[in-house]
Design a protein around this ligand. Structure first.
Ligand code: AKB
Length: 338
């Protein structure tokens, strides 16, 4: 039986999954196998070829996928985000680490059976950094600095980056039927992401997206971090643009496997001011959550993304002003009018 050539996307129902599937579909790519714990949302189900409801920890399910499909590319997006991970660390380790290892193993099996390279995209995070109280002094930090995560999620992400690099560069040393380069592992350390279309769940950078979605609905919002809290962000269209550009780049252009990217880094208070320019009656207060504050305090105030700019021409389309004017406000207003 001929196996079907397919792009596998795990965590398809998540925020990045939505954005990515919409973008791939718009680019004419809908040979997508979407895997998620829950039925695929109506908004994207018409844009994929097949859907599988299941768990990335279910090895029988992954075996079945392996035998039925010829996977060319894996976007492994399924994960427990940082706040949820901190409150359920064992489960987070299982999903975030064992789940990623399962997907890398699937990629290896596919590369072996096809004799071809399988591309693997892994969304990492600024949570891999642990600023050890140097956040205000450190400036924009590079990929190699401060890699001492202070959260379970950050530990999971940093380790999985290394697992990906191991599979890409060293796994062939012990496997005769596997060649160097058979796994083409590419990863981005995402900052917080703000989407006009979806609201995140279980993350710690959720305070900005929650704030603007609440303002657009004229609902009171109590921010869980202090006004002076600063960390890097971008809007969803730029996050998707980055994934597509990195995955399209010639391998010879890439000097590393894992890249920082950023578009803007307002403090929570500066973001409140911006929200109030468009929603002057927005009701925004503060209800501090010490645990979540500590997590954001351990993340950098800014990151240096110059290597991504050089290697694969990364350039965000939106700065803070244009993100509000040309993306967030028009789309969010339309979303809540419907
Ligand atoms: C989270 O808050 O957990 C994520 C992240 C920064 O990776 N958005």
């Amino acid at each position: 039986m001929m196996r079907k050539k397919i792009i596998l996307i795990t965590g398809a129902n998540g925020e990045i999954g939505h954005g990515l599937i919409n973008a791939l579909h718009a680019n004419g790519m809908d040979n997508i196998l979407a895997l998620d714990l829950h039925p695929i949302s109506e908004e994207i189900e018409g844009k994929i070829q097949e859907a599988v409801i299941g768990n990335i920890l279910d090895k029988n399910l992954l075996e079945q996928i392996k035998s039925e499909y010829e996977i060319t590319t894996i976007y492994h997006l399924a994960a427990l985000l940082s706040t949820r991970a901190e409150f359920a660390p064992q489960m987070a380790h299982e999903v975030n680490v064992t789940g990623t290892l399962n997907l890398l193993t699937l990629a290896v099996d596919q590369a072996k059976s096809q004799g071809e390279t399988v591309k693997f995209f892994f969304p990492s995070s600024i949570a891999v950094y642990g600023m050890d109280h140097n956040k205000d002094m450190a400036g924009a930090i590079t990929e190699s600095e401060y890699c001492h995560p202070e959260t379970m999620y950050g530990c999971n992400k940093l380790y999985c980056e290394n697992l990906g690099i191991y599979h890409a560069n060293y796994y062939h040393r012990l496997a005769d039927d596997f060649k160097p380069g058979h796994i083409d592992f590419r990863s981005i350390r995402f900052p917080g992401i703000i989407s006009a279309m979806t609201i995140p769940t279980g993350g710690t950078s959720d305070f900005l997206p929650e704030m603007i979605h609440a303002a657009a609905q004229n609902i009171q919002y109590n921010c869980f971090v202090r006004n002076d809290t600063r960390m890097p962000f971008m809007v969803m269209p730029d996050a998707i643009l980055a994934i597509l550009n990195l995955m399209d780049a010639e391998k010879s252009q890439l000097s590393q496997h894992v890249y920082n990217i950023v578009a803007f880094n307002p403090s929570a208070g500066e973001f409140v001011d911006k929200v109030k320019e468009y929603f002057p009656h927005a009701k925004i207060g503060i209800s501090l959550n010490g645990k979540r504050q500590n997590m954001v305090d351990s993340w950098p105030a800014n990151v240096d993304d110059s290597v991504a700019r050089t290697d694969w021409n990364w350039l965000p389309e939106f700065d803070l002003d244009s993100a509000f004017k040309n993306y967030l406000i028009p789309k969010i207003t339309q979303r809540y009018e419907e």
